[in-house]
Design a protein around this ligand. Structure first.
Ligand code: S2G
Ligand code: ZN
Length: 468
């Protein structure tokens, strides 16, 4: 990374101020701290400056200027990422898209909305609801994450079992490539067999190929009166047996799990147990239940699972309010444990491999982490497990991260044998970069580098993220 003298830095920033308003070229410590990091707390933010372009043309000019001066750029959305992809810790220029925050178009025939990258996820969800439609990509950080960042990490969340990932809902994408070219990709078409679909390269690219500035998103009909069931599960094996039964009978929109240890952290924040029975694991599932017509079926399935010994207790929501309260038991986990600086795993295997993987890693983690609190939760219905190891208060962060990193090698070796991914939805960024080879082999990583070379020949786009 080129280090600049203070006079060189001043000249560089003055050059930017010739095409971006000076008020939006910031060097104050607060801006550098807040815009230089994401939700990981493992890296000291250290950006050269923070720039907030006000339109697509300014983004394009900035990328061209950055190429001319070999100035590394870190695109920045809501900075809710958990792998360090939006961290600027090596003198990069942070490019915040927050001023590009307008919903530009809606077409009721296409059932699509076009918005700028800086629109907050929840604003898109609310806009869709106002049109009588639904944007079905949903997760706990919806109130602060931005559409551009969701696309750059191909965000998943809690409805993937029915609606898939962000990738499945992007029908158009405007990007500024690392060369400073504006590409208008797919333009909202459902069908377009005109060669490589470059849109899908940018989805999940974590800012390493260019900057997403605008997206056209498909919308769908709303869920009809979803009901939520929370089930008390005695052991991990029952979870996927329950899933196999329910998914064939109910229109599931979510199938999540969490451990008793995870639940206790949420309960400490004032929420109530779903029922009196305490079990090692819990399942939270949501299914469409218009006019309550599926309730009898759900209760019959519950009885069957109980007879099989797969569950020990359960509750089904009787109102939208209760459904929301039950969801909080799952969705509040991440925030409830953040004070413990958790080491996060976000792994995925094919659904068919979940039981075998659970059996192998349950023993491994108990053996490797005898003294740490290990929390299990996640989107088990799509094969995605979040395993968070809480840092003991007495332990230094660096020593803790080192020890967890060592255990990760064992965990990822098991994962590799099951054909899994070291990162299901949080991306690779900086935290998972050392382990990328467990999921992508050297030949494949060579192709990733070659693609980056095409879109970002001067290596200014989020350098050091995903791979070096
Ligand atoms: C979740 C949120 C981040 C985390 O709760 O599903 O993706 O791992 C996570 O705490
Ligand atoms: Zn998740």
């Amino acid at each position: 990374m080129t280090m600049h003298t203070s006079s060189e830095t001043a000249a560089l920033l003055d050059g930017i101020r010739t095409f971006i308003e000076p008020a939006h070229v910031r060097v104050d410590p607060d801006s550098c701290l807040n815009y230089g990091r994401d939700w990981t707390r493992l890296y000291a933010p250290n950006p050269l400056a923070v720039v907030l372009p006000g339109n697509v043309e300014q983004v394009r000019q900035l990328v061209r200027y950055a190429n001319e001066h070999r100035l590394p750029l870190v695109p920045s959305g809501g900075r809710t990422g958990l792998s360090g992809a939006a961290v600027a810790c090596r003198g990069e220029l942070v490019v915040s898209l927050e001023r590009l925050n307008r919903i530009l178009d809606f077409d009721p025939v296409d059932r699509s909305v076009t918005c700028q990258a800086g629109v907050v996820t929840e604003a898109v969800q609310n806009f869709a609801r106002e049109q009588g439609l639904y944007y079905p990509v949903d997760f706990a950080s919806r109130g602060s994450s931005q559409i551009g960042g969701n696309i750059a990490t191909n965000a998943g969340g809690i409805k993937v079992v029915r609606y898939g990932l962000t990738r499945d809902w992007v029908t158009g994408l405007k990007v500024i490539t690392g060369r400073g070219d504006l590409l208008d990709l797919n333009r909202g078409l459902i069908k377009n067999a005109s060669g490589y679909d470059l849109r899908h390269l940018f989805i999940g690219s974590e800012g390493t190929l260019g900057i997403i500035v605008e997206a056209t998103l498909k919308l769908t009909r709303p869920l009809h009166e979803p009901s939520v069931m929370v089930l008390g599960v005695p052991d991990l094996n029952g979870i996927m047996a329950i899933y196999g039964l329910l998914r064939g009978k109910l229109e599931l929109s979510a199938f999540e799990f969490f451990s008793e240890m995870a639940l206790r952290h949420v309960l400490k924040k004032g929420l109530h147990r779903p029922f009196d029975t305490e079990t090692p694991y819990y399942v939270l599932t949501e299914f469409e239940n218009p006019d309550g017509l599926q309730t009898d079926e759900a209760l019959a399935l519950f009885e069957h699972c109980a007879e099989q010994g797969w569950l020990a207790d359960g509750v089904i929501s009787q109102s939208e309010t209760q459904a929301k309260e039950l969801w909080r038991l799952r969705e509040d986990i991440s925030e409830s444990i953040s004070e413990h600086q958790p080491y996060k795993n976000d792994i995925a295997v094919r659904i068919s491999r979940v039981p075998a993987l659970l059996a192998e890693i349950d023993g491994l983690l108990a053996r490797e982490y005898p003294d740490f609190e290990v929390l299990w939760y996640g989107h088990i219905g799509d094969g995605n497990l979040h395993i968070n190891i809480l840092k003991p208060a007495s332990m230094e962060s660096a020593a803790f991260a080192k020890q967890c990193g060592t255990v990760s090698e064992h965990l990822f070796a098991v994962l590799q044998r099951h054909g899994g991914s070291i990162s299901a939805e949080h991306g690779v960024g900086l935290t998972k970069k050392p382990y990328l080879h467990y999921t992508r082999d050297e030949t494949e990583i060579g192709y990733l580098r070659a693609i980056k070379q095409v879109f970002d020949p001067n290596g200014i786009m989020n350098p050091g993220k995903i791979f070096d």
